[in-house]
Unconditional design. Structure first.
Length: 82
């Protein structure tokens, strides 16, 4: 993963939706799209979130947004530390 993934997730965790969104919006890789989807779920825009899940090649999450954020952080750490 890239430093921008970690930064976007940290900002999302800290409640800085717009700053996190700005980061992922600038990238078109699958993991950025997945974070983007999560952010739109947090925003309450299910249709836009579904679009970004499709772009990421992943199913729409059924986890709570809190659980999904933790999963994304764990996934990012596993790949980075991997």
């Amino acid at each position: 993963m890239s430093a921008h993934h970690r930064k976007a997730l940290e900002l999302a965790r800290d409640g800085q939706w717009e700053a996190s969104h700005e980061i992922v919006q600038a990238h078109d890789d699958a993991f950025s799209s997945l974070i983007h989807a999560y952010l739109h779920r947090v925003e309450g825009d299910a249709g836009n979130a579904a679009y970004w899940y499709r772009r990421a090649g992943e199913p729409v999450s059924t986890q709570s947004t809190e659980q999904e954020l933790e999963s994304l952080l764990e996934r990012e750490a596993a790949i980075t530390d991997g």
